[in-house]
Design a protein around this ligand. Structure first.
Ligand SMILES: [Zn+2]
Length: 465
């Protein structure tokens, strides 16, 4: 019944909303060193003060939580049925901006450009305007709604740790810090490191390995140095491995030493099938060239069996898992290092909701068998049922204003709300809209931000009426 009124409210407030976003974009709110009363530095402090005075001006009840976060509530009550979690901190601007200066918001062809326009200042203001619309259109609610302005999403999320040490989560929480429609499942995050001292002796042996750099990135480059080989002795094996793996391999002779460079295609660890892993191709090559037997060559043999090139769902390692709602597990070997003595291998896994810490037992056991120690870290999957009233209501609000069919979806990365009771990521970009988040020329589509505001207003009404 309020559909047209809400739509008109946003059409009428377009310019005002954009000028509020510009005010926040103008503040360089990267996390910097803490100062007295400013736990995340001065820029973040300024952005929070600006957002809170904006909220006050629009008639909301604000509270500053010692500059860790700030909140703005529709009613003067600590109880709230719904919380909207946004964040005001940004990643560094970086180089390569062509459309505008990173802290000067500019409108070009239906988009606004500037650091934070998409992540997450634009969506934050859209959510604030959704609450404004409810208030100014005098749409009656029986329950309270609150917006939480976070200040440390991009670094360590210390802001919400502080906040939830002072207050309980709301009954329902959404965070417009991703895509529409609704992300109701975030896979579990697992990080495993195998390490130990391994001998690499014999005439034909590995001297060093340096393959991959970041534990959450499928590596695109792997280096190794071997001795006891001439390039022509292994050329045909190299060609075979290039053929099987789709990588390119370069050999460089350096006296007695042969340097190997394997080039694949990097990808995010949550979507390893989009990359071509240089490390698993290197294992394949080292396995085939007939190294003299040593502790290291044994480890290479075992690792290449556990992580064969192209196997991105843990089948060979014995940890394959999948379920209808969250899809398949991903497993990706992302780092290998060897300096002649110390060996280290790191893999990343994104685990579906059916999996637990124990699901990784096969890999842990195998590592123990080859004499490697194991270190790991596990963040359990996050899940809000897609048939819950909450998720169904958000989808309905999305469908009402976007005209698209909406469906809850799973993702491999963790968002701001991971681990918070009954919390989902909801908006504020449409699927397939490239906003260059964290890159140069970050932007947001103005019509999508306005539509997000309408969707949030409708969701607030439906969930709090
Ligand atoms: Zn963000």
């Amino acid at each position: 019944m309020y559909k047209d009124k809400i739509r008109k409210y946003f059409e009428d407030h377009r310019d005002e909303m954009l000028s509020d976003i510009a005010k926040l974009v103008a503040i360089d709110s990267q996390r910097t060193e803490a100062k007295d009363g400013m736990p995340y530095g001065e820029g973040v402090f300024k952005a929070l003060s600006t957002a809170l005075s904006m909220s006050e001006k629009y008639g909301f009840y604000t509270k500053n939580w010692e500059n860790h976060v700030g909140t703005a509530s529709l009613y003067n009550d600590d109880e709230r049925a719904l919380e909207i979690m946004v964040h005001l901190d940004i990643v560094p601007p970086g180089e390569g901006w062509t459309k505008t200066e990173p802290f000067v918001m500019k409108e070009i062809d239906g988009r606004i450009y500037g650091r934070g326009t998409a992540d997450d200042k634009g969506p934050a203001v859209a959510a604030l305007y959704a609450m404004r619309a409810i208030k100014e259109l005098e749409i009656p609610l029986s329950k309270n709604v609150r917006i939480m302005f976070g200040c440390d999403e991009e670094c360590y999320s210390e802001d919400i740790k502080y906040y939830f040490s002072k207050t309980e989560p709301a009954d329902m929480t959404f965070s417009p810090d991703a895509d529409f429609p609704v992300i109701n499942i975030e896979k579990g995050l697992y990080y495993g490191m195998m390490k130990g001292k391994l001998k690499s002796d014999g005439k034909k042996s590995v001297i060093s390995i340096s393959a991959g750099e970041k534990d959450n990135v499928v590596p695109g480059k792997a280096y190794a140095s071997i001795k006891g080989f001439k390039p022509n002795e292994i050329e045909s094996i190299v060609a075979e491995v290039e053929n099987i793996t789709g990588t390119t391999i370069e050999l460089t002779e350096r006296g007695e030493i042969l340097d190997i460079l394997v080039k694949g295609v990097p990808a995010h660890a949550s979507t390893p099938e989009e990359g071509c892993n240089s490390d698993t191709a290197l294992l394949e090559l080292l396995k085939r060239i007939n190294l003299d037997k040593s502790e290291l060559s044994d480890a290479i043999e075992t690792l290449s069996e556990m992580f064969p090139h192209g196997d991105t769902n843990g089948t060979a390692a014995g940890v394959y898992a999948a379920d209808d709602e969250s899809g398949e597990i991903t497993v990706s070997l992302n780092i290998m290092k060897y300096d002649g003595e110390n060996f280290e291998a790191v893999y990343d896994s994104r685990m579906p909701i059916c999996s637990t810490y124990k699901s990784m037992d096969p890999i842990r056991n195998k590592a123990a068998e080859i004499g490697l120690e194991f270190e790991d870290d596990f963040l359990p999957p996050h899940y809000v049922p897609s048939d819950s009233e909450f998720v169904k209501t958000l989808i309905a609000s999305y469908e009402k204003y976007s005209g698209n069919k909406g469906e809850a979806k799973a993702m491999g990365g963790a968002t701001y709300v991971h681990g918070i009771k009954n919390a989902v990521a909801f908006g504020a970009a449409l699927e397939g809209e490239d906003n260059k988040m964290h890159g140069a020329d970050e932007s947001a589509v103005i019509d999508t931000l306005l539509m997000s505001g309408m969707i949030f207003a409708d969701a607030i009404y439906q969930l709090c009426k």
